[in-house]
Ligand binder design. Structure first.
Ligand code: FNR
Ligand code: LAC
Length: 367
């Protein structure tokens, strides 16, 4: 039985997922659950973990299991973080404030989305470890303003997402003519810049129109060097899948990278993140931290990703299942569960320290 502070953790992530689906507004559920195109990459992210198994060792003293880590100056109870997810008031009235509270309660890193539906300062009030994710918009003044606000509110790193020059083809959102309802709109960026995200476009996705109008599709490495120099905070690049790009990111001054395909929401047909991880980690060779996301649904998935080269593992959809099902308590439930599962997996694998995890303990089945 998994427990935390004497309390039994009876619900697993599937329970939170089904509760979330039953309470969410259908179009908001589709926006959360869906991926791009035929959702092949979305499925491949999860399938890659199914095909990775652990070879346990026995008669190892596992009376103490050690999971704490430090990443870009941030100390965490476990190598676990909440990936940036936009517009969280779609799923609960407390939105990002509740997600941040759940993350703080469990020593988990909270990465707030640029398009948070709660003010960054209110997210900061939860008090835990926090980073802010940004897209580079055509209007660089907006970016610099947000960087200043993030620093003032105690966000300790910036995560710049680089896999979205245009939005992926989110078929479910197009079918639903999905737009962000007023109660879930960004509370951090001027309404004029956000306007298109809120206007339903029949036969289209309002988010795609918003991205086309505001994101800079001409973004280049020199822009990132510029931002890394301008920012007083470490800049982490999210959305790296190719080892050559990982090298380039380190050269451009990135303080870390996130191996990510945006949860299968951008290029359908893109490589599963677990398949991309080993070569990217080898290229980075410890020069900067490697973060990872995509398809993590169990504690043992965190163990596997750590073994294959990830320093910190992020979860995108699972905390939102907790948020929809039960606000901050639901987020705490999901994150506690993942951490307890990780500790149990490390004990049962005979690997009580994160440094015991290396590629040799993983077997991968061909898919
Ligand atoms: C995202 N993701 C995302 N990424 C980002 O950099 N900025 C953002 O605003 C968002 N918004 C967003 C909304 C929703 C509804 C989802 C599901 C995802 C991508 C996210 O950070 C992460 O890369 C994936 O969700 C990871 O995959 P899993 O854990 O959901 O499988
Ligand atoms: C998404 C954007 C907002 O994935 O990043 O929906």
């Amino acid at each position: 039985v998994l427990s935390k502070g004497g309390e039994t953790l009876t619900e697993d992530l599937d329970d939170y997922r089904s509760r979330a689906q039953s309470v969410a507004e259908p179009a908001a559920w589709d926006y959360l659950a869906g991926g791009a195109g035929a959702e092949r990459t979305l499925a491949a992210n999860v399938a890659a973990f199914r095909g990775a198994t652990v070879v346990p060792r026995v008669l190892v003293d596992v009376s103490a299991v050690e999971t704490t880590v430090e990443v870009c100056g941030t100390r965490l109870a476990a190598p676990l973080g909440v990936a940036p997810v936009a517009y969280q008031r779609l799923w609960h009235p407390d939105g990002e404030a509740a997600t941040a509270a759940g993350a703080a309660a469990t020593g988990t890193l909270m990465i707030a989305s640029m398009f948070s539906s709660v003010r960054y300062e209110q997210i900061a009030a939860a008090g835990g470890s926090r980073w802010l994710q940004l897209y580079v918009l055509r209007d660089r003044a907006i970016l610099l303003d947000l960087v200043t606000r993030a620093e003032a509110a105690g966000f300790t790193a910036l995560v710049v997402t680089v896999d979205t020059p245009r939005l992926g083809d989110r078929r479910r959102d197009v079918r639903n003519s999905f737009a962000i309802p007023p109660h879930a709109q960004s509370q951090n960026i001027d309404p004029a810049t956000m306007a298109l995200a809120g206007i339903p476009a029949p036969g289209g996705s309002a988010l795609a129109s918003h991205v086309d109008a505001t994101y800079d599709p001409g973004l280049r490495w020199s822009d990132l060097e510029w931002l890394a120099e301008r920012s007083g905070l470490p800049v982490v690049l999210k959305g790296i899948l190719d080892p050559a790009d990982a090298n380039r990111a380190v050269d451009a001054g990135a303080a870390g990278i996130v191996v990510s395909n945006h949860g299968g929401r951008q290029l359908d047909g893109a490589i599963a993140t677990l398949d991309a991880l080993p070569a990217v980690a080898a290229a980075v060779a410890g020069r900067v931290p490697v973060l990872f996301d995509g398809g993590v649904r169990h504690g043992v998935d965190i163990l596997v990703a750590r073994a294959l080269g990830a320093d910190v593992v992020l979860v995108g959809r699972p905390p939102i299942w907790g948020l929809a099902a039960g606000g901050a308590a639901g987020v705490t439930g999901v994150l506690s569960r993942l951490r307890a599962e990780l500790e149990l997996a490390m004990a049962l694998a005979g690997r009580p320290r994160l440094t015991d995890l290396d590629p040799a303990i993983i077997r991968r089945a061909p898919r």
